[in-house]
Design a protein around this ligand. Structure first.
Ligand code: DGL
Length: 252
């Protein structure tokens, strides 16, 4: 049987670079196929059925490419589709990102917190289970409709005015921000410009640690070249350039 050492990783676009960079810090010799599904971006406002179908198509592609494991580097797809994917592809292991709300409970349980995520994530059953389990009753939930989309397109002015309009009501009220969408760590500075000094939490580092553990347990660790193959579903060359720019910016 053909063996493949590759790890498949996907997001609705290039935001998943923020997850990949955490993985690269602890698994620099793994080989990756990064699938940027910009043709279907944004996922955040899509129906459950659409997100499941889109995710299944990408999983089929990774299976064809004989990936050994799949990372869902999109909170929305994780929240909505991972359970179905695990049921329908029992032979495959899925590692799924989720908003780092448990970290608030573990590290700063008394502090006021803002959770920013897509509407799809905030409304999902998976996120609501997490939220109800760790609720500190000092948390605001903010569905950021359209934000991932303008980050994906790199529309800096629109990002700034979006944040100004939607975050200014929280200025001075919160200490922590959970970045519940993998695109949002790319705009930490702009968020701080509106909110002032806040601490950020996202799930990428915990995901990377978990991934390493799963690979070790299954004897799947690779001492390869660290190659990253980038695929974009809308075949947009500009995406590839920005993805690698983000990756090096994240790794600084
Ligand atoms: N990066 C995706 C997430 O983490 C963006 C969702 C979207 O495309 O709306 O949720």
């Amino acid at each position: 049987m053909d063996k493949c050492d590759k790890i498949g990783i996907f997001d609705s676009g290039i935001g998943g670079a923020t997850v990949l960079k955490e993985i690269l810090k602890i698994l620099p010799k793994e080989e990756f196929i990064y699938y940027s599904d910009s043709k279907n971006n944004p996922y955040g406002n899509k129906s459950r059925e659409e997100i499941i179908q889109i995710s299944k198509n990408i999983v089929e592609y990774f299976i064809e490419e004989k990936c050994k494991i799949i990372i869902i580097a999109c909170n929305t797809a994780s929240a909505i589709a991972v359970e179905t994917l695990r049921k329908e592809y029992p032979q495959m292991t899925f590692i799924a990102i989720e908003p780092a709300y448990k970290m608030i409970h573990d590290y700063v349980p008394q502090e006021t917190t803002l959770v920013m995520a897509t509407k799809g994530t905030i409304q999902s059953e998976k996120f609501n289970n997490l939220y109800n389990k760790y609720n500190n009753y000092k948390t605001y939930l903010l569905p950021c409709v359209g934000l991932a989309d303008i980050i994906e397109q790199g529309r800096i002015k629109d990002i700034n005015s979006y944040l100004e309009e939607n975050l200014k009501q929280y200025k001075g009220k919160i200490k922590n921000v959970v970045l519940g969408c993998t695109h949002y760590p790319l705009i930490k500075k702009q968020i701080k410009d509106v909110l002032g000094e806040v601490k950020f939490f996202d799930g990428a580092h915990s995901l990377a640690i978990h991934l390493k553990k799963v690979l070790e347990q299954n004897n799947l660790l690779n001492e390869g070249s660290g190659e990253i193959q980038f695929i974009d579903s809308s075949k947009n060359k500009e995406k590839e350039k920005r993805f690698f720019e983000y990756l090096s910016y994240c790794l600084e």
